[in-house]
Write a protein that binds this ligand. Structure first.
Ligand SMILES: [Zn+2]
Length: 288
């Protein structure tokens, strides 16, 4: 039988979680030094839903959807204050990530932003974020925003068969995913972008481990191996106190978000479908 003290502590923890949940649902205003127009703030009212249209935000912001969405979500969870992030460097970093996405038909910054918003939706919808610490939340936002950073617009197979410089560098193993992740950290570690200067070492380690796990999970070539692992693990029994379970949940979420376009409203989903076909055909032309 659990003691009275343990029972009380469980109640307190449940109450704290409920407060965290209520706070995140509250509409937030920006408390960092960046001008966000009322139009953009109004647009973000819908961000918790699958109806949220990233293409409309791209139009509204002149192609800055990833930048504004990442800042919005980081601000909404109050992560700048809670984690003592350097907001100027954070803005510079997000700016560089957005610009570093190539203008591919599909794997572009719009896709990076779309996956970030879908991860946000899934965390809220399934209330998975309750199991996350603040550093986990930051990692989930950054990993999803950066998961295809600097994508060349061709597949892992193309990289391997053409024996590209990237394939050689990463020994044919999750070539693009290793590349996106490695490039993200190379950028982050530059002094002008390192917004985590003041974050404790252990938190930085947790952030890095999680970002790597999440980005590598998007390799579709490892789909069945990962699915098998998840089926035997968290699909059977999930324990939010088990760190491995939490990491697996986030790997599953980013994986679903990455290929989740068909779950969006038809007009959005059809657009993505045309875009991905265009990129595949462009690769096909290179293969001739
Ligand atoms: Zn992707």
């Amino acid at each position: 039988m659990p003691s009275l003290a343990i029972k009380r502590w469980s109640k307190i923890k449940a109450y704290a979680k409920a407060i965290k949940f209520a706070n995140v649902l509250k509409p937030q205003t920006f408390d960092i030094n960046v001008h966000i127009s009322d139009d953009i703030m109004t647009f973000m009212n819908n961000i918790d839903t699958l109806e949220w249209n990233v293409f409309d935000l791209q139009e509204l912001t002149g192609g800055r959807a990833l930048y504004y969405t990442a800042l919005y979500l980081i601000n909404r969870h109050n992560l700048i204050n809670k984690l003592n992030l350097n907001s100027t460097k954070l803005m510079e970093f997000l700016n560089a990530i957005e610009k570093g996405y190539k203008p591919n038909p599909y794997h572009n910054s719009t896709h990076g932003c779309d996956v970030m918003q879908t991860v946000h939706h899934m965390l809220l919808k399934g209330t998975g974020f309750q199991y996350l610490s603040d550093i986990d939340l930051l990692a989930a936002i950054i990993a999803s925003a950066c998961h295809d950073y600097a994508h060349p617009g061709v597949s892992n197979l193309f990289e391997r068969l053409t024996e590209s410089e990237r394939a050689v560098r990463f020994n044919d193993q999750s070539i693009l995913e290793n590349f996106h992740c490695s490039e993200t950290f190379m950028l982050l570690y530059l002094p002008q972008y390192n917004f985590m200067d003041n974050v404790p070492k252990e938190d930085k380690r947790q952030f890095r481990d999680l970002v790597i796990s999440m980005i590598l999970a998007t390799d579709i070539g490892r789909h069945f191996a990962l699915l098998d692992h998840l089926r035997k693990g968290i699909a059977k029994a999930f324990d939010g106190r088990d760190r491995e379970n939490v990491v697996d949940m986030l790997r599953m979420i980013i994986k679903c978000a990455d290929v989740g376009n068909p779950a969006k409203p038809r007009d959005i989903s059809e657009k993505w479908s045309h875009m991905v076909q265009e990129e595949f055909f462009a690769q096909g032309d290179m293969e001739k």
